[in-house]
Unconditional design. Structure first.
Length: 566
C-alpha cells in the first residue's frame, strides 16, 4: 500500500493482547471497547481535506485491527506500507501508551519516514513529546489542524521549509522549534465530517480499516459538528473554554453555519443511521439553534437524532425541537444531584430547572433522555453520592411512563491535561499522581487494573474509596433501575457477579505489588468479565441494529458512488 499520508489510530495500551488487564468502567460511557478503538472524528476531516487537495490518504484503525484479529501483527502490516508521513493521534490522554508505542514501531519499520502527532493532549505536551519521544518528528497543535496538516504534507513533498507551517512544533539542528499558533480558524464551514469520504475509502480499498469503532456496522452513529471550542468552564474538562484558550489559542467559539449543519444531517440520513449533534444548540446562542431546527423542520429528517445540552433547555426550544425532529433523544450531564457539587463541577443550574427541562422534553416527544452522573467530583463524598442516588430514584418515580435512563460512572482514568483541575488541583479539590506525559505513560505501562491507572484522588476520596464507592453505587443504581422496570433481575445479578469478580481482581492486583500474584489465577478471573462493567451497551444504542432499510440505503450509496466519475 502506498500513500502520501497514513493516519494511524492506536489502542489505549499497545500490548493489551499480551497482558491481563482489568479495564473496569473506563469506557462505559463511549461507544468503543476498553482499548478505545474509536478514533477522533477529526481524522475524517483531516483525511478528506488532504484527499480533496489531490493527496493519497488512508485512515487505518490499528486498534480495531488488533481487537478484531488476535493474529494481526502490526509490525508486519506497517512493513507493507509506503507513506510519506505517518500521522498518529494523541487526542485523548488514555491513548498515551498506545500512541508512543505505535510511533516507536513506525520508526523501527520505516526509520526514514517522519511521524507527526496531533490532538488536544499532543498540543498540551508538544515539547515533552519532542524531547522525550525521538520517534516523533512533528507535533501539530490546535483544535482545527486541517490547514497546518496540508501545509506540512506539501513541505515534505516539495521543500521541507517547516518554519512556515503554522501550529507546528519540531526539532531542528539548533534545537526545538515552536512555530506560532496562527491557524485558529473562526470559520469552520469548510471543515466537515465527510462520511462520503469514509464510504469511498471502504469501496476503494475493499477493507474496513477505516471503521471508527468495532460495533459501527451493527450499532452505527454519526457525529455532526456544530462548532470548535466551548463556552463552558467545567474544571475537569480538557475541552473547556479555559483549556481551548490556553492550549489551542481559541478564545471564542467558531460556529458552523446552520445550513452546513443541516446539510450534514441530510447526508447522514442517506445512510439511515442515527446522528449525534455535538454542541448545545440552545446555549449560548439560542437563536442559532432555533435557526437549525427551522431548517430541519422545513427539509424534513427521518433518522434518530441525539442532542446534547450543557444547561437545561427551555420549554419553547424543546417544543420546537419536537416539531422539527420526529425521533429525538437528549443527553445531559448534571454530574450530581447536589446543586452545590454540580456548581463546583461547572454545571450552574438548579434541580428545579433540570426537572422542568426533563418534563418539557418528554412533553415535546423525546424518545429517550439520558442523565449522566459522575463519581470523583470535588467536594463529593459517599454521603452526597447516596443523596444523588435518592435524587435519581425520585426522578424515575415521577417519570415511570417515560424513557428516562440514568447512568453513574467515575472520572477515569486521568484528569484531562490543560483542564482547570489539572492546572490548579488544590483549588479544585484534587491530588494528582501524574504530572508529565511520561508519568501517565508509566501508569498505563505498569498498571494492571483501573485502580492502578487512576491519576488522581479527591479531597474526600482516596483511590480505594473511588473504586469501592463506584462499585457500591453501581449496584445501588441497578437496584433502583430494577425497581422501576428499567432492567431485569438477570441484569442485576449479572452486574453483581461482574463487580464481585472485579473486586477480586483488585485484591489480586494489590497482592501483585507484594509479589504474590498468581498470573494464571488473574487470567482465569479476567475471562469471567464481559466487556462493559457498569452499563448495558443496549442503553446507549439508537440504531435498532442492522436493519433492512439501512442495508438497502448503503447498497444504493455504493452503487451511486461506483457510477460517479472520479
Amino acid at each position: 500500500m502506498k500513500a502520501d499520508v497514513v493516519f494511524l489510530h492506536p489502542p489505549s495500551i499497545f500490548d493489551f493482547r499480551e497482558r491481563p488487564i482489568l479495564w473496569g468502567p473506563i469506557n462505559d460511557l463511549v461507544p468503543s471497547k476498553s482499548v478505545f478503538e474509536m478514533y477522533p472524528i477529526g481524522f475524517v476531516s483531516l483525511a478528506s481535506t488532504l484527499d480533496r487537495s489531490g493527496y493519497e490518504v488512508r485512515i487505518v484503525n490499528i486498534a480495531l485491527k488488533m481487537l478484531r484479529d488476535e493474529n494481526f501483527n502490526p509490525e508486519d502490516y506497517l512493513a507493507g506500507m509506503e507513506s510519506e508521513l505517518f500521522a498518529i493521534d494523541l487526542h485523548w490522554l488514555p491513548h498515551v501508551h498506545g500512541a508512543i508505542e505505535l510511533a516507536k514501531l513506525c520508526k523501527r519499520v520505516h526509520p526514514e519516514t517522519p511521524v507527526v502527532m496531533g490532538g488536544l493532549s499532543s498540543s498540551y505536551y508538544h515539547e515533552e513529546i519532542l524531547n522525550q519521544v525521538p520517534e516523533v518528528d512533528f507535533v501539530i497543535r490546535g483544535d482545527a489542524t486541517e490547514t497546518p496538516m496540508l501545509e506540512l504534507t506539501r513541505e515534505l513533498k516539495n521543500g521541507a521549509k517547516f518554519d512556515s507551517v503554522p501550529n507546528l512544533s519540531y526539532r531542528s539542528d539548533s534545537g526545538l522549534e515552536i512555530n506560532d499558533m496562527t491557524s485558529v480558524p473562526a470559520e469552520v464551514d469548510s471543515f466537515s465530517l465527510d462520511y462520503e469520504y469514509v464510504f469511498r475509502s471502504v469501496l476503494k480499498t475493499r477493507n474496513l480499516d477505516i471503521l471508527p469503532f468495532q460495533e459501527f456496522l451493527s450499532r452505527p452513529i454519526m457525529a455532526v459538528l456544530t462548532r470548535k471550542g466551548c463556552d463552558q468552564n467545567c474544571p475537569g474538562c480538557g475541552g473547556s473554554s479555559y483549556s481551548y484558550s490556553t492550549v489551542c489559542n481559541r478564545s471564542e467559539i467558531a460556529l458552523r453555519s446552520p445550513e452546513k449543519v443541516v446539510a450534514d444531517l441530510k447526508k447522514i440520513e442517506e445512510f439511515r443511521a442515527p446522528a449525534f449533534v455535538i454542541g448545545d444548540l440552545a446555549f449560548p446562542d439560542r437563536e442559532y439553534g432555533l435557526e437549525i431546527l427551522e431548517l430541519v423542520e422545513e427539509r424534513g429528517l427521518e433518522i434518530p437524532v441525539v442532542f446534547e445540552f450543557f444547561t437545561p433547555p427551555g420549554r419553547e426550544f424543546l417544543t420546537k425541537l419536537g416539531q422539527a425532529v420526529d425521533n429525538f433523544s437528549v443527553e445531559m450531564s448534571p454530574e450530581s444531584g447536589i446543586e452545590e457539587i454540580r456548581t463546583g463541577a461547572g454545571r450552574r443550574y438548579t434541580n428545579r430547572e433540570l426537572k422542568e427541562s426533563i418534563e418539557w422534553a418528554f412533553e415535546a416527544g423525546c424518545s429517550q433522555f439520558d442523565l449522566y452522573f459522575m463519581i470523583g467530583l470535588s467536594g463529593q463524598g459517599e454521603d452526597t453520592i447516596n443523596e444523588t442516588l435518592e435524587f435519581i430514584d425520585n426522578l424515575l418515580e415521577k417519570h415511570s411512563e417515560d424513557n428516562l435512563i440514568p447512568f453513574i460512572s467515575p472520572y477515569t482514568p486521568f484528569l484531562d491535561p490543560g483542564s482547570l483541575a489539572f492546572e490548579f488541583p488544590e483549588k479544585y479539590g484534587f491530588d494528582k499522581y501524574a504530572e508529565t506525559l511520561m508519568d501517565h505513560y508509566e501508569l498505563l505501562d505498569k498498571g494492571f487494573t483501573w485502580k492502578d491507572f487512576l491519576s488522581y484522588r479527591t479531597d474526600r476520596m482516596s483511590r480505594e474509596d473511588l473504586v469501592r464507592i463506584t462499585y457500591e453505587s453501581a449496584i445501588e443504581l441497578a437496584k433502583i433501575k430494577k425497581k422501576h422496570g428499567l432492567i431485569s433481575s438477570e441484569k442485576l445479578n449479572d452486574l453483581t457477579e461482574k463487580i464481585s469478580v472485579s473486586r477480586r481482581m483488585i485484591r489480586l492486583s494489590d497482592a501483585r505489588k507484594s509479589g504474590d500474584l498468581d498470573r494464571e489465577q488473574v487470567e482465569a478471573s479476567l475471562t469471567e468479565l464481559e466487556e462493559r462493567l457498569l452499563i448495558d451497551r443496549g442503553e446507549l444504542d439508537w440504531s435498532n441494529g442492522i436493519t433492512a432499510e439501512r442495508v438497502l440505503a448503503v447498497l444504493k450509496k455504493g452503487l451511486k458512488t461506483l457510477l460517479t466519475p472520479g
